[in-house]
Design a protein around this ligand. Structure first.
Ligand SMILES: [Zn+2]
Length: 258
């Protein structure tokens, strides 16, 4: 047996048993246990971890723990610059794509609204989510920490908020999505790009009154529905502006110029 001392920082404490939060504690580890093995055994999904220091040196997930090691575990940082230190993942995912678990249908729709390719199906089993995340390099979004402990899931987010809009704000803040958002690009139902169509093409597919009042239309080539900038669009626009904090102004401006 090996005994190491652990200290978890910031929101990682939420995953620990109450007596272990926000303080150093000793823990017996199996011989040959790795940092990742012990962190997950204590209840913290490895996908939530950004940096591990053992005796002050940054290490990877596979680092074997020795007797007397002092292990400090940090979440994804928002403000503190840790670039000089080795992060546990070599490089971030280049294109941000998501897969949401069965309980996050509302969040999945809002991420699509913001332009992020997000798979969602309330019949996905955990093994299917794991396979899709690996094959398509998708970030797993879930409120099930057991799912994030699966071996091949390398990028995941444990969603803390309960309501879709709050979840969207949380994910935007934690993954710094504001500058990558591209609202009104995808069909909220089908997760595929929308296509601009002429008013003539919209005839017979949108109500007469709408055709009189609007000149811009888009359609989804999968579900064949037609969309326009009506009152629902205005509510969605306000939500997008509030989460992106003006970061998509350039998108709006270029849309106006077209
Ligand atoms: Zn569609």
């Amino acid at each position: 047996m090996v005994t190491a001392t652990f200290r978890f920082y910031e929101e990682l404490n939420d995953f620990l048993a109450r007596p272990l939060r926000r303080q150093s504690f000793s823990c017996a580890c199996a011989r040959d246990a790795t940092a990742k093995h012990m962190i997950e055994a204590l209840g913290v999904p490895h996908t939530e971890v950004e940096l591990i220091l053992v005796n002050g040196e940054s290490v990877g997930f596979d680092h074997p723990l020795k007797d007397g090691d002092r292990v400090a575990v940090y979440p994804k940082f928002e403000a503190l610059d840790i670039r000089p230190l080795l992060r546990v993942r070599e490089r971030p995912l280049r294109v941000l794509r998501f897969i949401a678990d069965a309980h996050l249908g509302g969040l999945a729709q809002l991420l699509r609204l913001a332009g992020f390719d997000t798979l969602y199906d309330n019949h996905y089993a955990d093994a299917r989510i794991e396979a899709l995340a690996l094959d398509e390099a998708r970030i797993v979004l879930t409120r099930d920490r057991e799912l994030l402990k699966r071996r091949t899931i390398t990028h995941g987010c444990y969603v803390r908020a309960l309501k879709p809009e709050a979840q969207l704000r949380e994910i935007f803040r934690r993954l710094d999505l504001g500058s990558s958002a591209h609202p009104f690009r995808l069909c909220l139902t089908c997760n595929v790009p929308l296509r601009r169509i002429s008013k003539d093409e919209a005839v017979g597919r949108a109500p007469e009154g709408v055709l009189e009042r609007h000149s811009q239309f888009v359609t989804c080539d999968v579900c064949r529905r037609v969309f326009w900038e009506g009152s629902h669009w205005k509510r969605m626009r306000a939500l997008m502006d509030s989460v992106t904090d003006g970061a998509t102004d350039h998108v709006k401006d270029s849309a106006k110029r077209r």
